[in-house]
Design a protein around this ligand. Structure first.
Ligand code: ATP
Ligand code: MG
Length: 338
């Protein structure tokens, strides 16, 4: 079956594993909003079952789940246009995740670079869930027959694994049931880097708060973090090619471009030869301009958790309407007596 036989449908998610960062905003949420109301049906999830692959204090998990939902809503995800819910309310994710654990091969999992990064030297002591997580992610996507998944660059390998799982399922059962999902990875902010180490990505679960901008940071914190962001001493180059071997400088230019919705070339045109003393405050100001209205709306929403929960419960109902028949058919194809 060609890709075109499937309804154009977007699925993506964010883990409530800490406070949302500028990386999550630029690499994911902002793009989720852009894809809304166009040619796609859009489904956005707070993937709480992925969060518990590492230890989460229960009270913190509740707060973080509502914070991610508030981040989506405040940035412009519209629950009338998109399906918005938290993963654990739709049990099909876990069910299809198990079925896919039996399709995916251990050799495939062993190639996942994110597991190696996250497990580090401690691979024997991390949870089995952290290792199996890409199979659950494939289930999140394929439970809706999603055709497109907007993600940051760090998730590319997991979407490729999703395609492999779909292809193996279709091949083994001689069906054309699951689509070949396309990752949508684009724009200057597909990989926002850590402010203290330009070779690592910015993450909400990273060690130090100084390495990331949180969506809820106030203007002072944002200015301070950019001011202290590590860079080389040279001024900004005359052309974008001049950023090639300067990961920290490139990162700050990428962030500026994404926030201003312009190209890196346009940023360099404006700031060619500028020192950090000029560029960093301008960047901080632009970030505050973008984030302040969103963070104040997030805070307002988080003061009313019952409303957030109501929106997610309604979204979960709509998610089940789409996914129940797909899950039932997957069980049927595999020979389960139901
Ligand atoms: P964690 O540290 O817990 O893994 P995270 O910040 O990596 O948190 P995820 O929930 O894993 O966030 O990812 C949510 C989405 O945000 C994904 O689409 C991911 O690709 C994107 N994303 C995460 N970090 C970045 C980043 N630094 N730049 C661009 N996109 C990012
Ligand atoms: Mg991550």
């Amino acid at each position: 079956m060609a890709d075109t036989a499937f309804t154009p449908r977007v699925f993506s998610g964010i883990k409530p594993s800490g406070g949302l960062t500028l990386g999550n905003y630029l690499g994911a949420i902002k793009r989720f909003v852009d894809m809304q109301g166009g040619d796609f049906e859009t489904i956005y999830c707070v993937v709480d079952m992925h969060a518990v692959t590492v230890w989460q204090d229960p009270a913190d998990l509740r707060v973080a789940t509502r914070e991610v939902a508030a981040g989506y809503l405040a940035a412009g995800v519209d629950p009338e246009k998109s399906v918005l819910f938290n993963q654990s309310r739709v049990t099909g994710h876990a069910e299809l995740g198990w079925l896919f654990s039996c399709v995916a091969r251990v050799g495939w999992m062993n190639r996942m670079t994110q597991f190696k990064d996250k497990a580090g030297k401690n691979a024997e002591a991390v949870s089995l869930g952290l290792y199996a997580y890409p199979a659950l992610m494939a289930a999140d996507i394929l439970l809706y027959h999603a055709t497109h998944v907007p993600v940051g660059e760090d998730q590319k390998q997991h979407v490729e694994l999703t395609r492999d799982i779909a292809a193996k399922f279709n091949h083994d059962y001689k069906v054309d049931f699951f689509p070949q999902t396309n990752p949508v990875i684009e724009g200057p902010a597909m990989r926002v880097m850590n402010l203290r180490d330009g070779t690592k990505k910015m993450s909400k679960s990273g060690e130090s708060d100084m390495e990331r901008i949180n969506m809820l940071d106030d203007a002072d914190a944002i200015a301070k973090k950019f001011k202290k962001a590590r860079t080389d001493p040279a001024p900004l180059p005359e052309t974008v090619e001049g950023l090639a071997d300067r990961p920290e400088a490139r990162n700050l230019v990428n962030i500026y471009a994404a926030l201003a919705d312009i190209t890196n070339e346009a940023v360099i045109e404006e700031y060619a030869g500028a020192g950090w003393g000029r560029f960093k405050p301008a960047l901080a100001e632009l970030a505050v301009e973008n984030l302040a209205p969103i963070s104040s709306e997030m805070k307002r929403l988080m003061d009313d958790p019952a409303e957030i929960d109501r929106i997610m419960a309604r979204g979960a109902e709509r998610a089940r309407e789409i996914s129940d028949p797909i899950l039932a058919k997957a069980y049927d194809i595999m020979g389960f007596v139901r």
